[in-house]
Design a protein around this ligand. Structure first.
Ligand SMILES: Nc1ncnc2c1ncn2[C@@H]1O[C@H](COP(=O)(O)OP(=O)(O)OP(=O)(O)O)[C@@H](O)[C@H]1O
Length: 305
């Protein structure tokens, strides 16, 4: 039984002279919700298109469900559901008729499937409404239903919550978490709404200008990197110097006036405070925080730039 659903090995893609993906390495396991994070033009859609065989890599390789052979991978692609860019929906047809159309072109004969996916995305009550009269949220859910029609083991979703309101977003979030937890479906999802990705991803891949800067599990991000201690000392410069001299750690300036942020690491809050107090630096406030995904990503790309 495979556990690696998808792997990219030194994957590169050029469009003419422009290098869009540069030696990307990444792995997605069964049941994982993999948040792919990157700025506009970072290469996220290109990577997803390579998975769907819509774009050929220039160099490097991929494996799907443990297969690397091109023909075998094409067989395995039947187990993948895609929502890449806006799905082609027929406005004059109902939601059910759109799904029937996709069933026909995908050779899916089991009619039960349509009822099931309509139920999963909560569109059964309006299945006969013309899609032309659908809201954006309904369209996105129908797009997700199309991605689910082949009962996929791997879902590839490019910006599936783009433009949705809070209710629409939480509905899609719940669907994805359930599929991953209960059916062991692997999900690759990109979104610009990092606060939302943080609510569902179990692993992140940070891609910047076509390079994979880091892959990290959601747990590790919180445990090792995601926490920081925030201190507002009476003397900012002196406190920074003392922390540097005593702990040899990199401290960063926070958003608040005079704030210093110390990444969570080998030193406890008590150790840090006692060194400052011994050096007669008054501490005006102190607290422990979790870095948001956005902060983490911005720090990462700032380091890279
Ligand atoms: N068919 C193409 N021909 C030439 N350049 C392309 C083509 N498709 C994409 N690109 C370029 O490749 C780069 C990466 O595009 P891609 O769509 O993969 O980025 P992205 O991370 O998905 O961005 P966004 O968040 O804006 O969707 C961009 O600079 C884009 O202009």
């Amino acid at each position: 039984m495979y556990n690696d659903i998808f792997q990219a090995i030194n994957l590169s893609k050029n469009y003419g002279n422009i290098s869009v993906l540069k030696e990307v390495n990444m792995t997605i396991h069964q049941g994982e919700i993999y948040g792919l994070i990157g700025e506009n033009g970072a290469g996220k859609t290109t990577l997803m298109k390579i998975i769907g065989n819509l774009v050929r890599p220039t160099r490097g390789s991929i494996s799907l469900f443990g297969q690397t052979d091109i023909d075998l991978m094409n067989q395995e692609r039947k187990k993948i559901g895609y929502l890449i860019e806006i799905p082609a929906l027929y406005s004059e047809l109902s939601a059910r008729d759109n799904l029937e159309f996709y069933c026909r072109i995908m050779n899916i004969t089991d009619k039960k499937t349509i009822n099931e996916v309509l139920h999963i995305v909560s569109l059964e009550d309006i299945e006969n409404k013309k899609v032309g009269e659908f809201s954006l949220g309904m369209r996105q859910r129908l797009g997700l239903a199309i991605a689910l029609i082949n009962n996929p083991e791997f879902l590839v979703l490019d910006e599936p919550i783009n433009g949705l309101d809070a209710v629409g977003i939480s509905q899609i979030r719940e669907i994805l978490i359930k599929l991953a937890k209960e059916n062991d479906v692997a999900v690759l999802i990109s979104s610009h709404i990092l606060s939302e990705l943080q609510l569902l991803a179990t692993k992140y891949g940070f891609i910047h200008k076509g390079r994979m800067l880091q892959e990290i599990s959601a747990e590790d991000l919180i445990e090792t990197e995601g926490k920081y201690i925030s201190i507002v000392p009476s003397n900012h410069l002196l406190a920074k110097q003392i922390l540097k001299d005593n702990f040899n750690i990199k401290v960063i300036d926070g958003d608040k006036n005079g704030e210093i942020r110390i990444p969570n690491g080998a030193f406890t809050l008590e150790e840090i405070i006692s060194v400052l107090i011994r050096s007669k630096v008054e501490i005006l406030s102190v607290s422990t925080h979790y870095t948001t995904l956005e902060d983490y990503f911005l720090n990462l790309i700032e380091g890279d730039n």
